[in-house]
Design a protein around this ligand. Structure first.
Ligand code: MSK
Length: 628
């Protein structure tokens, strides 16, 4: 474990988190940190990737030090075992994002067939652009165009195409590298299925061959499933624009009906947001003594509704249980991914109702109300109406909202950034060439109880902006940064003199929120656009990525597609690969030649910042730019 849990160590850098952990303990309630401590010591074989449950001749494990057999029962050595485990992790992450994207495409199809009353084409210009990209006839009426686009995107999941359409946004040099290595992604489902096949016992037993396919799977997520999720969400709900909002548990209101939107999809959350504007429901809330209806977000569903609607953010991954422990929540509505199965038990300790809404994701203790494009509008209203009635059941003496909210600016889509720059990338490229902005770094990913909550994100980012590096963020990292105040205009004062001047001139904070986990595709689109504008490949740019507190399989996939795109990526939590010197060496060194980028692992975020600053300056030097 990188950061052993300890009762003496602060769990979080945030006062809201610490105050509610104290409340949970006083009330005898268990949280993620208690369970992490109870798991100590964690399995050393698993930490090294040296345990295997792929077949039932096992489970097997390999002792890296002892005299015991150094192979699993099937004969797999440490390198095969570690590579298979990592490959399956990456396939699971790609499947998760891409299946999320599929739900958006199915809803777009339903809208085009007038079967989805809660939804509409919110960004017709984006529909036009994507339709052109996918070869859909420009003269079609909007709904017909949406239908053809949805059908074309469904083909991206299958095996009819030889490549994914969005990859054509990349410089030719990058595509050529992928072709040479054999990782140009084909159909999204094709890549995931092939990875699962190859990791079945007795199929692919070459660690390098396995991991090459894992990169291809990751790319099918980045330039396939995740990108589809982002782009179709923009069509249906609008491309984000800068929006002022707030963050931390203080966004819950003691005198209002509080509804939390948690998970990753914007589909149900948007219809809940629509229903929350219903004057009848608001009147009923007032009748029951509430001052209003208050929607707040958590994790990436929260990021989706924050980016487009300015709905405030209650917290990130490790705060999800604590939000219920405030005692102020009438309803927590979840879809899928990153939702702790413990939430039902916690909700039952209060008056809170816990609703699962995806047919794919049921939870203990949840009331299951499955979503479909056809029922979503009615479902949104049902959820809000029930939450309003449940306000009367709240026990005010159990409510603790320990802080006041922090303000933040969100909503930085690629389109917004380009418009702010006057429709061309030149001002940003000129600032980079002049050295005012040294480079740009995507700081993304989760929380993990192995790391002091949000310490990794904020320590790394503070040091990078001080070094005049612009930060692009998504996911739970984005919440950490907002809570630290990095997304206020005044945060420009925390930046080095060059970045500060650019932020002040453009009226932007030094940390730009680009959305949810699938919206990491906004970051790679931006990097690809900068590379195209400069006439170079992505690995030549002074850019990097970091996931200081990652936990999820999806984060492993994101990191893998970042590296495959040529973006140096620093992880703050060690992936389970150290049991194989061959796999570890491939990840840390072996990809530099074919892809121009590597992974690095550095648990200390201050040292991770130094690695990234050195990398950015080395890339500047190689481009012939002034370097420190
Ligand atoms: S929600 S994947 S904990 S960023 Fe996207 Fe946060 Fe990681 Fe889930």
């Amino acid at each position: 474990m990188d950061h052993p849990a300890s009762p003496d160590k602060p769990l979080s850098i945030h006062p809201d988190t610490l105050a509610i952990v104290d409340k949970a303990r006083a009330e005898g309630l268990e949280t993620v940190w208690d369970r992490a401590a109870a798991q100590e010591p964690q399995c050393g074989f698993c930490e090294l990737g040296l345990s295997c449950r792929i077949c039932v001749m096992g489970p097997c494990r390999i002792d890296p030090f002892g005299d015991s057999p150094q192979r699993g029962i099937c004969g797999a050595d440490a390198h095969i075992m570690v590579a298979r485990n990592l490959a399956r992790m990456i396939a699971a992450g790609a499947a998760s994002h891409s299946d999320h994207g599929r739900d958006l495409v199915e809803t777009l199809l339903a809208v085009s067939e007038s079967r989805a009353p809660g939804y509409k084409i919110a960004d017709a210009a984006k529909l036009d652009r994507l339709a052109a990209e996918f070869g859909v006839a420009a003269e079609l009426a909007p709904l017909a165009k949406a239908k053809e686009l949805a059908l074309a995107m469904m083909e991206e999941y299958g095996i009819k195409k030889g490549y994914l359409t969005f990859t054509r946004r990349l410089p030719a040099a990058r595509l050529e590298k992928w072709r040479t290595l054999g990782i140009e992604p084909r159909g999204i489902d094709w890549e995931v299925t092939e990875m699962m096949h190859r990791t079945h016992m007795g199929v692919d037993n070459d660690p390098v061959n396995l991991l090459v396919q894992a990169l291809r799977v990751a790319l099918s997520d980045g330039w396939g499933g995740s990108m589809i999720a982002t782009e179709v969400s923009d069509i249906l709900f609008g491309t984000p624009q800068p929006v002022a909002s707030q963050v931390n548990l203080g966004v819950l209101k003691a005198d209002q009906v509080n509804i939390i939107l948690h998970g990753h999809s914007p589909l149900v959350s948007d219809t809940v947001a629509q229903a929350a504007q219903d004057p009848q429901l608001l009147a009923r809330a007032r009748e029951l003594g509430a001052a209003g209806l208050n929607l707040v977000g958590l994790c990436c569903t929260g990021n989706e509704v924050l980016m487009r609607r300015g709905i405030p953010m209650a917290g990130n991954h490790l705060v999800q249980e604590l939000a219920l422990v405030t005692g102020a929540v009438e309803a927590m509505v979840v879809d899928y991914q990153c939702i702790m199965p413990s939430l039902g038990d916690l909700a039952a300790c209060y008056h809170t109702k816990f609703y699962s809404t995806s047919p794919k994701a049921k939870f203990p203790g949840a009331t299951h109300l499955p979503f479909s494009p056809e029922n979503a509008q009615a479902l949104g209203r049902q959820l809000v109406a029930q939450a309003v009635e449940d306000f009367a059941r709240r026990r005010p003496e159990r409510v603790l909202i320990p802080v006041t909210p922090v303000s933040q600016i969100s909503g930085f889509s690629v389109e917004v950034i380009q418009t702010a720059l006057g429709g061309t990338w030149d001002p940003l490229l000129n600032a980079i060439k002049a050295g005012q902005v040294r480079g740009a770094v995507g700081v993304v990913g989760c929380n993990n109880p192995k790391v002091v909550h949000d310490y990794g994100h904020t320590t790394l980012t503070r040091k990078l902006i001080e070094a005049d590096i612009l930060i692009l963020d998504t996911g739970c990292a984005a919440v950490a940064h907002a809570k630290a105040g990095f997304k206020q205009l005044e945060a420009a004062a925390l930046a080095g003199p060059g970045l500060r001047a650019v932020c002040q001139a453009l009226g932007i904070p030094p940390v730009l929120h680009m959305g949810s986990c699938v919206d990491n595709t906004r970051i790679i689109n931006l990097v690809a656009a900068l590379a195209q504008a400069l006439g170079v490949d992505l690995d030549q740019l002074p850019v990097a990525a970091a996931a200081p507190e990652w936990y999820s399989e999806k984060a492993a996939t994101i990191a893998s597609y970042a590296v495959a795109c040529g973006i140096y990526t620093v992880l703050g939590v060690t992936p389970p690969v150290l049991g194989s010197s061959a796999v570890t060496d491939l990840l840390l060194n072996g990809l530099q030649g074919p892809l121009g980028a590597t992974f690095a692992v550095e648990p200390d975020p201050a040292k991770a910042a130094d690695l990234i600053i050195n990398h950015v300056e080395a890339k500047r030097r190689a481009l012939g730019l002034e370097a420190r």
